[in-house]
Design a protein around this ligand. Sequence first.
Ligand code: NAD
Length: 523
Amino acid sequence: MKVIVADSINQKGIDNLKEVAEIIVDTNISPEELVDTIGQYEAIIVRSRTKVTREVIERADKLKIIARAGVGVDNVDVEAATEKGIMVVNAPESTSITVAEHTLGMMLTAVRKIAIADKSVKENKWEKTRFMGVELRNKTLGVVGMGRIGSQVVSRCKAFEMDAIVYDPYLPKKVAKQMGVELDDLETVLKKADVITIHVPLTPETKHLISNKEIDIMKDDAFIVNCARGGIIDEEALYNALSNDKLGGAALDVYEEEPPKNSKLLTLDNIVVTPHIAASTKEAQRDAAIIVANEVIEVIKGGTPKNVLNMPVVDQKTYEKMKPYVKLSKKLGSFVSQSITGQIKELEIVYCGELSENPNQNILTRTILQGVLNPVLNDPVNMINAPTIAKERGITITEGKTCNSKGYDSTIKIRASSDNDEVSLEGTDLYESKVIKINNYWVDVKPEGHMFIAKYNDIPGAIGTIGTKLGERNINIGIMQVGRDIAGGRAIMILTVDQKVPSDVLEEVKNLDNVFDAVGLEL
Ligand code: NAD
């Protein structure tokens, strides 16, 4: 595997990679050179300098993974990578401790007025009474967003003997309990907290999450810290509050506009500011390099990295448990795609039994789509680009679940329809993938190898005629299954044969009396 490291990253990451791949370190590579050479690489590692644009991605025919040694991926066109089936990974956990420590630093600086006191002493002043502060001990910390960073801030604040209350509507109560914090609504958190710290992503929901109304609820001597993203606090509202002594103080590492231009906030003494450096430590950079190098190594070894941004990821143990159903999903997708006439327009997937409770069904749906699309497309479809390609091809996907799995632990049902055909399948895993129902016929079929399906009228001799036709062309039948709705009604024959059934043989079978369809499948 050939890997390009296009921005300077910590040497430890490069050393780890060198053990398993050919590494080209070119940290001065120009955008034009990258477009010209990207075709030879299977992995690229960048930090912030290199932009992995759509133009680069379109030329990246061998690329499997784009690794950003940091948190944000603003310099990577994730959409273009997804369309091309390339994984994008980052190292979100690399900065958690670093940002949490900076948050603590900002908190202490704000409550003890360290920055302005420092400035005053350097101006040869000695204003001992001007900088009266408050302790953190016994104060209430209000945490907005209890993810990687929020939780690290909480555990550090416990050392300062602070109580923590948390607003995070996405955090299950049970998890909060395990973390030793109390969950509450935003209003209560803002009302009770002496120090509020923000650790949510910037989303339409969190834009100006803290504005006039929220500041009004806070204690008049409360402090607020934002080391998350600019725009979560409404800066106009914050300025009005700070300049009217509605708040004790604030500390910001991030701004609505970066760098802040002509911001009135910067004229105030009761605010501490840093230039978006909460994540900037040697350790965070080292860890980011090591984390993404390990992600690339995982891909080299054929595994799945854990921080993939454009694909659902499960841990190894969960994946091992799901593996038989992943295999079944691919088979069912491929089976349905090869046995239907015309282009699939609608795909209905139902997870039954234990699988109906599985939170990772998305992985199975992506695998089914992979199975559906691969037989009909030239370019390989993978778990990453399967949903995008299905959408581009106008396939409407409906997913459902039911606890009824007809005595099996789990089954997967698929119904596909095109303009002129409809196929439904149901499969399960019984130590191996099994198809248990095709359309309305109960069967027991192992979806593997060269297969042949014929639909015909259930009359005496029909099976023999079809078998004879295959025999005439020297096609040996390994396993035969037949099913019918009612005696003398419509029937289906599923064969496992020793070689691919050529298309002219399929045509000949279709032309037989009483046969109304015949397809060959490669599974
Ligand atoms: P995370 O994804 O681990 O945690 C985010 C938490 O916010 C989650 O628990 C989520 O449930 C919660 N959340 C999401 N929407 C919410 C909402 N509307 N209300 C309340 N809670 C909500 O993220 P993280 O790694 O802890 O990062 C937190 C923030 O820090 C992000 O904005 C990230 O961009 C920022 N960050 C800043 C720097 C910096 O240099 N200043 C560096 C790294 C991360």
